[in-house]
Design a protein around this ligand. Structure first.
Ligand SMILES: Nc1ncnc2c1ncn2[C@@H]1O[C@H](COP(=O)(O)OP(=O)(O)OP(=O)(O)O)[C@@H](O)[C@H]1O
Length: 252
């Protein structure tokens, strides 16, 4: 297997006028293999979302190096990032707020393709196909975010991420806002996409049962630091770090 993403000593410091600088992500290093699912766990405020945003360059990196398919993307400028978004995409926790309420889901899903100058007929066909792959009929393209359920909206958000045919999907609590049955359906969809497309996943989730079911390896963040990393069974069944032990105890 080849390494598709490599984080070396990633650090994020938030500075705000009138308050002490905050190290939200502190010297985090890890590798993601092609086709692998890496879970990132940790208590609220441990830096999971900040790390996810660094990996997609939605937030700037204070120090360290980030490579995607061996290309150093640590300091790429906004306009240079378009190429990277063909490889790496993100799905957020709240699907409703990730779509513009005044635009149809179809409009939101194909935005990145339009920006690439693809023809309208081709774009429409891709939207239809991708929606169907995500378990929604093509008529959902004409609906507005408030006209669909949370689960359907998350499927549309996954379609929007997949339409550019990325290799890496970062899911930041992508099922946390959904009820248990819908959560299970979305997990099945992600599993199917993983098998069919050979996608690599970074799966941020506070539900350790889901992490255990879905992830090959787990990284534990505590106070912005990578305190433990290993295969899912090793970390969850035989944790070494005291903090990981507490995290697992509190979840069971
Ligand atoms: N834009 C920002 N400016 C300043 N501080 C921030 C910013 N974003 C996050 N933080 C701080 O960074 C730390 C890590 O936050 P982050 O959202 O990454 O944690 P998390 O593990 O994802 O938490 P949760 O599970 O609750 O979503 C927190 O102390 C948070 O207050």
């Amino acid at each position: 297997m080849s390494i598709i993403l490599e984080a070396e000593h990633l650090t994020k410091i938030f500075t705000r006028r009138g308050s002490e600088p905050l190290k939200a992500v502190d010297d985090v290093s890890f590798q993601l293999e092609s086709g692998e699912t890496l879970g990132i766990v940790g208590e609220s405020g441990s830096g999971k979302s900040t790390l996810a945003k660094m990996l997609t360059r939605l937030t700037d990196i204070s120090s360290g190096t980030l490579r995607v398919e061996e290309k150093d993307i640590t300091s790429l400028k906004r306009r240079e990032l378009r190429e990277i978004y063909g490889t790496i995409q993100m799905v957020f926790q709240d699907p409703m707020s990730s779509f513009d309420p005044r635009k149809t889901l179809g409009y939101g899903i194909c935005e990145s393709l339009r920006n690439r100058g693809m023809k309208k007929t081709e774009v429409d066909e891709r939207v239809k196909q991708t929606l169907e792959q995500c378990g929604l009929s093509s008529e959902f393209a004409d609906r507005y975010p408030h006209e669909v359920s949370g689960g359907q909206c998350q499927r549309a958000a996954i379609a929007r991420a997949l339409i550019v045919e990325p290799k890496i999907l970062i899911c930041d609590e992508a099922t946390s806002a959904l009820d248990v049955t819908i959560q299970k359906q979305i997990m099945e969809l992600l599993q199917e996409l993983k098998e069919k497309r050979g996608l690599s996943f970074i799966f941020i989730c506070h539900n350790l049962a889901l992490v255990q079911e879905f992830c090959d390896r787990v990284l534990v963040l505590y106070d912005g630091k990578n305190v433990e990393e290993g295969t899912t069974d090793k970390v969850i069944l035989h944790p070494q770090n005291e903090y990981t032990k507490k995290l697992i105890e509190s979840a069971s």
